[in-house]
Each structure stands twice: as structure tokens, then as C-alpha cells.
Design a binder for this molecule. Structure first.
Ligand code: GLN
Length: 498
């Protein structure tokens, strides 16, 4: 049962072939069996999940009309507030904090009857690309337990790829949904900025943050997308427009006549051989399905990484000022009449990890008077140029494509002491966030040199999220018929290959 897609599980529930309690218990058993090795979860709420499942089963029995994902279990990134459940954002500074309210995403999940099984591991405050910056230790890639699952939503991606959950939620500020999806062989979508409410999403970089869905298929991801998205008056940046019809697009999966633009700057040098090869093959598949492949030029993308690593730390240095030892979370050094300033300083020293401190310092510097124009101001100008590059490219193509990440999953410990090397891995995902548009990563096969999954990235203009699903579903179907079986059947760790 746990190896089925969420859509198949929903079907089985609707037909009365199984119950949500049974389905949830099967996933909780899987978590017990493998999460000691994968470490996808920071907190498993077995009791809460079974209670939710039971209530959905009762409502179904009484003939109530339920939403398509009612009764389906899900793993939630620990960056989203859930009432009464420990929420840490992967940081020691929030250890033991239980929010007194639900984030809008959680409210929507609860309304739809989705069963939230627990909170997943992540890089502290979503700062990182490997989940190694978590204050609670790393998550391990189900394909090879010596490697990282990517990040920052590595726990959510690992939960889905190890069959601990059919669906998960992540957040993507610079690639944190798409890159771990790529590195673990699943589907991940970063919706258009403003499409999913940020109310109750612990802020890293507010102008870039956006929560989104993970699934093992394009359709599953679309089903979750429709549950999460929609206007929310509690978020001032929320878009007041109908949610794009992503489920219908995932079901149609047609690319005949679609123009697909290959971004010249996001391929070739610096991309692993097997990554580039799977990307090129996927393009051929799309062409043989009737899509027209064109090349587009985005010259400002060269500066995207530099701009992002100024804007994101600048915003984080402001957002993280709220962790002041006074309002919530950790407090240390409160002895012998210590001053508030001393307590604050001791708490932030003890509670924040290395990468978070590095970014707060960087951002504070970039925003300081005398440096603002040279750093933050220039970065914002680059952001405008990137928006213009996309706008021009989208006059030539309906969707744009690139590899999701330049390499497959690397070893735990390989890059964690070299932040620049880690940052370079975000080169292909970051432009989407800077422009506020949407992007998907879906599996394109395995790289021949290491037999690890490669991600194919699709990008579409703001609020055209359905185009991602339309092109993604077409490519997914073509590749599946070529492979003969879903890619996760080839994952050797955890008895994945059968
Ligand atoms: N890896 C990028 C960073 O470290 C992106 C993280 C994210 O999307 N949350 O900031």
C-alpha cells in the first residue's frame, strides 16, 4: 500500500478498499522501520495523525463528501507552524516551542482532511542545500545513506522518496523544494510567489520564501498544490486570484505545439556529465511529443547567485532579530541579574548555528550605511535585470527548462565546510525565486557515473503554474514508458529495488 501513489491511495479510500487509519498506520510502521537510518522526521505525531485519520474515516462512513486528499498521510517541513506540535525550523533556538496557532497551509490541510504525520528535518531556518545545517543532525538520502538528500527541505524529500509519506510540504527560497526533489528522485514544485500563504511560515527571506508540494508523481504534487494554494487575507503578499487548474493540467499532460525554451546560461560547463546527458535526452522526448525546442538567452543569470546571497542574508538579518530570548524559544545566561543585552547575546550565541550566524553578519554588513548601495542596492538592480531576462524569454517560449542542480547528491560532509561550494549548487534554481515565478523539478533518470537521480527543471511565468504540470506530466509519461517502472524502484538503499 505505501508504494502506491497518493492518487491511487485516494481511490482505494473512496472505494472502501482501505481506511485512513490503516493507511496512516502503514506509514507510521514504515517510519518506525526506516527513519532511524533516514532521519527525515524531527517529530512524529502518531497519536494526532491516527486521530485525524479516524475522524476522516468516520466522516466518509457517514456519507460526507470529502476532498480528494482526505485521509492521505503527509510529512510537514518543520518551518510551518502547527498548533500544539513542536515547531523548530531546524534550530536549537526554537527547541520545544509549540505554536499557539496553525499556519494557513496547515489550516488548509486540516480542512481537506489530510493527515499530518509529523515535522521534517531541514537546514536551520531553511539556510542550506544539504540539510546538514540542521541543529538536530543531518538527514540521509534514501538512495545512498552516505549522501545528503539535498536541502533545505531534505527531510520532506527523504520522507517521500523512502515511502515514509506519499506527500510532503517544503519551502523554497532559493531552490529548497526543487533541489532536494532532484537529488532524491521525486517531484517538487515551488509555486508562484504569493500563490501559497506565508502566514505561519517561519520567515527566512520574505521576498523569496514560498511553500510548495512534494510527491512521487506530477499528479500527486498537483493534488497537494490545489489544497495548499489560494488567497489569504492574513498574508499581505498573497495573490487574490483563482488557483491555476494544476490538477487538470497534470491529467492532460500534452506538449504538442508547446514552445520550450532552453536557457543557454544554465547548462554545459560546470554540469556533471550524467546530469547534462539526462537533460538532453529529456529534451528529445519532449520534441518527439510535438514540443518545439528553442534556445533563449538570459545574460543576467550570471549574477543571480551573487545577488541572491546578498538579498537573502539581508532579509534574514532582519527577520531573525525576533529571536531575542524574550518572546519565545531558548533563553540562556539569565543569571545573577544579567542585563537583557547579555541574555540576548548568550542566547543567540548558543541557539543559532554557524551558517545562520554567518548570514546574519553578512546581511547586517550589506545593509549597513555606506555599504547599502554597493551591496543590497546593486543586488536589487540585478533582480530587476533577471525579471527582464525572464520576461523576454517568455515571449519566445511557454516554459523554460534547465537541469535542476548541476550535480547529483554529494556525500555528507563533502561541502559543509565550504559554503561557497555549497552556494554554487543553487545556480539553476535561484533565478526563479528572484523573479517570483514558479518552477518544478521532476526525475529525468539516473546519471551513469553514480546511478543517482537527476532532476529536470521546468519554469513558467507567475500564476501560470499549470504549464509546469502540463509539460511535467507529458515528460513523466514518456520517461515512464521508456523505463518501464517508476524511478524509485531502482533505489538500492532501504530495499527500494524490487
Ligand atoms: N540553498 C539556498 C540557501 O541556502 C536556498 C535555500 C532555500 O530555498 N530555503 O539559501
Amino acid at each position: 500500500m505505501i508504494r502506491k501513489t497518493a492518487a491511487q491511495m485516494a481511490d482505494a479510500l473512496a472505494k472502501g478498499e482501505t481506511t485512513s487509519v490503516e493507511l496512516t498506520q502503514a506509514h507510521l510502521d514504515r517510519i518506525t522501520a526506516v527513519d532511524g537510518q533516514v532521519k527525515a522526521f524531527l517529530h512524529v505525531d502518531a497519536e494526532g495523525a491516527l486521530a485525524q485519520a479516524k475522524s476522516v474515516d468516520t466522516r466518509r462512513k457517514s456519507g460526507e463528501k470529502l476532498s480528494p486528499l482526505a485521509g492521505i498521510p503527509l510529512a510537514l517541513k518543520d518551518v510551518l507552524a502547527q498548533k500544539g506540535v513542536p515547531t523548530t525550523a531546524g534550530s536549537k533556538i526554537l527547541e520545544g516551542w509549540c505554536p499557539p496557532y496553525d499556519s494557513t497551509v496547515v489550516s488548509k490541510l486540516k480542512d481537506a482532511g489530510v493527515v499530518i504525520m509529523g515535522k521534517t528535518n531541514m537546514d536551520e531556518f531553511a539556510m542550506g542545500s544539504s540539510t546538514e545545517n540542521s541543529g538536530y543532525g543531518p538527514t540521509f538520502n534514501p538512495w545512498d545513506l552516505t549522501r545528503t538528500p539535498g536541502g533545505s527541505s531534505g527531510g520532506s524529500a527523504a520522507a517521500v522518496s523512502s515511502f515514509e509519506a506519499p506527500l510532503a510540504i517544503g519551502s523554497d527560497t532559493g531552490g529548497s523544494i526543487r533541489q532536494p526533489a532532484a537529488l532524491t528522485g521525486i517531484v517538487g514544485v515551488r509555486p508562484t510567489y504569493g500563490a501559497v500563504s506565508r502566514f505561519g511560515l517561519i520567515a527566512y527571506s520574505s521576498s523569496l520564501d514560498q511553500a510548495g508540494p512534494f510527491g512521487r508523481t506530477v499528479l500527486d504534487t498537483a493534488l497537494l498544490h490545489e489544497v495548499m494554494a489560494g488567497h489569504d487575507p492574513k498574508d499581505a503578499t498573497s495573490i487574490n486570484a483563482p488557483v491555476p487548474a494544476v490538477v487538470a493540467a497534470a491529467k492532460s499532460g500534452d506538449v504538442k505545439g508547446m514552445k520550450i525554451g532552453v536557457i543557454k546560461q544554465l547548462q554545459g560547463e560546470g554540469y556533471q556529465k550524467g546530469v547534462q546527458a539526462r537533460f538532453d535526452e529529456s529534451l528529445k522526448e519532449l520534441a518527439s511529443l510535438g514540443a518545439e525546442i528553442v534556445e533563449v538567452d538570459c545574460p543576467s543569470f550570471e549574477y543571480a547567485l551573487a545577488a541572491y546571497y546578498l538579498i537573502a542574508p539581508s532579509e534574514c538579518s532582519s527577520n531573525l532579530a525576533r529571536f531575542d530570548a524574550m518572546r519565545y524559544g531558548l533563553r540562556t545566561g539569565d543569571v545573577n541579574g544579567a542585563s537583557a543585552e547579555a541574555v540576548m547575546s548568550a542566547t543567540r550565541d548558543a541557539g543559532f548555528g554557524r551558517e545562520v550566524k554567518r548570514r546574519i553578519i553578512l546581511g547586517t554588513y550589506a545593509l549597513s550605511s555606506g555599504y547599502y548601495d554597493a551591496y543590497y542596492g546593486s543586488a536589487q538592480k540585478i533582480r530587476t535585470l533577471i525579471i527582464q531576462d525572464y520576461a523576454k524569454a517568455f515571449t519566445k517560449a511557454d516554459v523554460l527548462v534547465s537541469p535542476t542542480a548541476p550535480t547529483t547528491a554529494y556525500k555528507i560532509g563533502e561541502k559543509v565546510d565550504d559554503p561557497m561550494a555549497m552556494y554554487l549548487g543553487d545556480v539553476a534554481t535561484i533565478p526563479v525565486n528572484l523573479a517570483g515565478i514558479c518552477g518544478m523539478s521532476l526525475p529525468a533518470g539516473l546519471a551513469e557515473e553514480d546511478n543517482l537521480p537527476v532532476g529536470f527543471q521546468i519554469m513558467a511565468p507567475a500564476m501560470q503554474d499549470h504549464r509546469l504540470y502540463q509539460a511535467g506530466a507529458a515528460l513523466e509519461a514518456a520517461l515512464l514508458s521508456k523505463w518501464g517502472a517508476p524511478i524509485l524502484d531502482k533505489a538500492p538503499a532501504l530495499g527500494g529495488s524490487k
